[in-house]
Design a protein around this ligand. Structure first.
Ligand code: FES
Ligand code: FE2
Length: 336
């Protein structure tokens, strides 16, 4: 694939692809995309420990300032804020006095002050309010909810290995769909749909390695990202599921090697909800050893919305897939 600088010949990241077969004439992938293989891979993924940690959003969204950040996870309202020193605090989003929604309260000098009657929370237990463990990994914020997860709690979440933040550009995209987390994960564990279902983004996709067992549980995929028309960027990517609600795509060869796209599926509703809703929180952490990438980092505020827009287009379709899977599963009509 592309050669690196440092004495070697420079090769542009973009390739001009010949006029390949039309969409309908590409090789069908349905024979390889065996429902049983996807189901087994999903089962192994969902059996891995999470330590009850849930991604709630981008680190940069939970800002210092006077506004807290609120999310509902597994039917539990959660409020987060930062102290004056920038440290994260998290806990139930229901005021212990008369139930005000703390996500609409104010932060004053690092203390959360309820906007109904002024009860102040500094993040330590108070009047029946108990904080939740919280973790900021630099890109995403995680909250530990032991009652929702029901697993053995762990000190830290399973954070995927990422390129160092000082040599990367990250962007976080969030969407929500009417399905369970496993439907989002199952979508990501079916790489074969790529160039059929997203022909505007992917072309020439082939799965060159399938999950084998618990130790060797990744997909390896060769694919070209379509940039514009016949201009493509060929890469090799590996898909793994390190914990039950996370799927990581890591570029292992080609332009941007070591970049990752992490998809996190966080339940919003109770797990037994009749009409479940799930948040998709997807972090793209892109890196490159090309000279120009320092410039790209400087341009990160401009690049982020573009990266989010790309993720947004894919997720419109992928959420339709996940919602369809849920609709069929919940009515006993899923063929897999
Ligand atoms: S409801 Fe929060 S202080 Fe009364
Ligand atoms: Fe997809």
């Amino acid at each position: 694939m592309s050669e690196r600088m440092g004495g070697k010949r420079w090769s542009p990241p973009l390739r001009l692809r010949g006029p390949g077969p039309d969409w309908a004439a590409q090789t069908p992938t349905w024979r390889q995309a065996r429902p049983a293989l996807i189901a087994e891979t999903l089962k192994r993924a969902t059996a891995r420990p999470s330590g009850n940690w849930f991604v709630v959003g981008a680190s940069r969204e939970v800002r210092a300032g006077d506004r807290p950040y609120g999310r509902t996870v597994g039917g539990v309202e959660v409020v987060l804020w930062r102290t004056d020193g920038g440290e994260l605090r998290a806990g139930p989003g229901v005021c212990p006095h008369l139930g005000a929604p703390l996500r609409d309260s104010r932060v004053a000098c690092g203390t959360l002050v309820c906007h109904w009657h002024g009860l102040a929370l500094d993040g330590s237990p108070f009047a029946g309010w108990q904080p939740f463990p919280v973790h900021d990994d630099g890109v995403l914020v995680w909250v530990r909810l032991d009652e929702v997860g029901g697993e053995k709690p762990t000190e830290r979440p399973v954070v995927p290995v990422r390129p160092a933040t000082d040599s990367a550009v990250d962007a976080v995209f969030t969407a929500a769909g009417r399905c369970e987390p496993q439907d989002v994960v199952a979508n990501r564990l079916d790489p074969w749909h790529g160039s059929w279902f997203h022909p505007y983004s992917f072309i020439d996709l082939s799965v060159i390695r399938e999950p084998q067992n618990d130790e060797d549980d990744g997909f390896v995929v060769d694919v070209s990202f379509r940039v514009a028309g016949r201009l493509v960027v060929p890469v090799r990517a590996e898909f793994t599921a390190p914990e039950p609600r996370t799927v990581v795509m890591r570029i292992t060869d080609g332009e941007g090697a070591a970049s990752v796209v992490e998809t996190h599926a966080t339940p919003m509703t109770r797990l037994d909800h009749e009409r479940p809703r799930t948040a998709v929180i997807e972090a793209t952490v892109a890196t490159s050893d090309r000279p120009g990438f320092a410039l790209a980092r400087a341009a990160a505020p401009v690049l982020r919305p573009l990266m989010r827009r790309t993720a947004g287009r894919l997720w419109r379709d992928d959420l339709a897939y996940a919602e369809r899977r849920w609709a069929l599963r919940s009515t006993g009509r899923f063929p897999g």
